[in-house]
Ligand binder design. Structure first.
Ligand code: SAM
Length: 447
């Protein structure tokens, strides 16, 4: 017989601890069961049973039109496809949430397209399909409702004169240094922007900018921004500016994707396990990303072909789409991301057009039944329009996480034949997230 006071004070915690212990034991047992249990797995990979088999993941360059779909294994582990390959050359010009990995696109380009054909991506985002198509000599056309995404895509696919683009990137950087760094020849960033050096034109009334940047960081960004119009390759300079602005915001290091409020005081940083202080300067980022961009452009220019790549800033429900041979795309998910909002700093700095009202399935509209119904109609609308300009037998490859089971109806609404659906684990590389995440590759054919 346990006294009542003991039940309250000790028994409940004891039951709790016991249950936890059983769970941990089960979890350890599950890991031991995995035949391929390997110390080089990430924490997440150790939890995902899909990686326990001996099947090797597909090597994109080996895929041909004859590779059977059943042979494709799209569940790459970190060691199969390390980050430096997923973010090769221009794919890492700027962070972008919701991008698909280039190797997935490469596989389906190799399987269903050949050089000289044209692929369409009606939700082209950061331009992954267009860049990969160009590498393989396949023409491409894309559209996106977010102006910043279109700038980013254009910056990636532009066929640069390397001498000119390198000279321009270094010239605007040097001029920004002269205007904002007391000792422009020193590698050490200055601590103060001298009052008399503040250019008259570098002021901003925009509330967002004043709120999210320290005064000196904002001055440096504005000085850079106000010179961009002097150069030929303006999009690549806008991308360097935006990437630097993203890093220079008054945010914590561990919440760069969705910061809630400006961080103006020192804080405990979960990423670095120490106290960190908010960023006060943008120039060091402008400098670092300028050199990184030059290198990435050079790497891609050694691989690129003369295939054409065009991107339009338009709503795909109404955009003009030229004749194309097929589609590879990943549509926005329902109620998950506000695509304009994720680059709010770029919209504020660059003063570019905001069409967030025309986004399909934005997070702010939620995931209720009405949002799901509208989403299905809108996505089907886009695919119906693209399939009109495709030949019979052409393929539409659609990568989506179909959490709400919406894509069966979408395929019916747009009148395509479902040839196959491949599910793949999305390896999120860090062990921080507890839930496993899967997405589907829908392989549809125009009848
Ligand atoms: C999942 S992302 C695409 C990511 C892309 N596959 C990549 O690798 O970067 C979906 C994209 O659809 C765009 N989008 C949303 N509504 C749109 C619309 N009505 N017309 C065109 N694009 C739209 C968003 O701006 C976003 O860039």
């Amino acid at each position: 017989m346990i006294p009542l006071f003991l039940t309250c004070k000790y028994l409940i915690p004891y039951t709790y601890i016991y249950k936890k212990a059983v769970l941990i034991k089960k979890y350890l047992f599950k890991i031991k069961q995995m035949p391929n249990h390997d110390v080089s797995f990430t924490n997440e990979e150790k939890r995902v049973v899909i990686y326990s088999g001996s099947d090797k993941s597909t090597v994109p360059s080996k895929v041909t039109p004859d590779t059977p779909l059943e042979e494709l294994n799209l569940n790459w582990r970190e060691k199969d496809l390390p980050e430096r390959e997923r973010t090769k050359h221009v794919h890492r010009l700027h962070p972008y949430l919701g991008k698909f990995i280039p190797q997935l696109v490469e596989i389906f380009l190799r399987k269903y397209f050949h050089p000289g054909q044209t692929v369409c991506d009606p939700f082209s985002g950061s331009g992954t399909t267009l860049v990969q198509a160009n590498e393989l000599g396949i023409n491409s056309v894309g559209s996106d409702i977010s102006a910043f995404n279109v700038i980013l895509t254009r910056a990636k696919i532009t066929h640069y004169n390397l001498n000119i683009v390198n000279r321009e990137i270094l010239d605007i950087l040097a001029k920004t240094a002269q205007a904002t760094q007391p000792d422009a020849n020193s590698d050490q960033p200055s601590l103060f922007l001298l009052e008399e050096r503040k250019p008259k034109y570098a002021t901003s009334n925009e509330e967002y900018l004043k709120q999210w940047f320290a005064p000196q960081a904002l001055q440096e960004l504005l000085v850079y921004r106000d010179q961009i119009h002097n150069y030929e390759y303006q999009d690549i300079l806008r991308v360097i500016l935006s990437r630097s602005a993203r890093s220079a915001r008054l945010t914590t290091h561990f919440d760069l994707d969705f910061p809630k409020a400006p961080q103006t005081e020192p804080y405990w940083c979960y990423k670095h396990s120490r106290t960190c202080i908010p960023i006060t300067q943008a120039y060091p980022f402008l400098r670092r990303y300028s050199f990184d961009t030059i290198q990435r452009i050079e790497e891609f220019s050694a691989l690129r072909t003369d295939a054409t790549a065009l991107v339009h800033h338009e709503d795909s429900r109404v955009a003009y789409i030229p004749p194309v041979d097929g589609v590879i795309t990943s549509p926005p998910y329902v109620g998950l991301i506000n695509y304009h909002e994720q680059h709010r700093y770029a919209y504020s700095l660059l003063g570019i057009e905001d069409k967030s009202e025309e986004e399909i399935g934005p997070a702010y509209r939620g995931t209720n039944q009405k949002a799901q119904d509208e989403y299905q109609i809108a996505i089907a609308d886009v695919f119906r329009r693209v399939s009109h300009v495709m030949p019979a037998g052409g393929y539409l490859i659609v990568v989506a996480s179909d959490k709400y089971g919406l894509y069966d109806k979408i395929s019916q609404l747009c009148g395509v034949e479902v040839e196959a659906i491949i599910n793949r684990h999305v390896n999120r590389r860090t062990g921080r997230r507890s839930n496993e995440f899967y997405e589907s590759v829908f392989i549809w054919r125009k009848p």
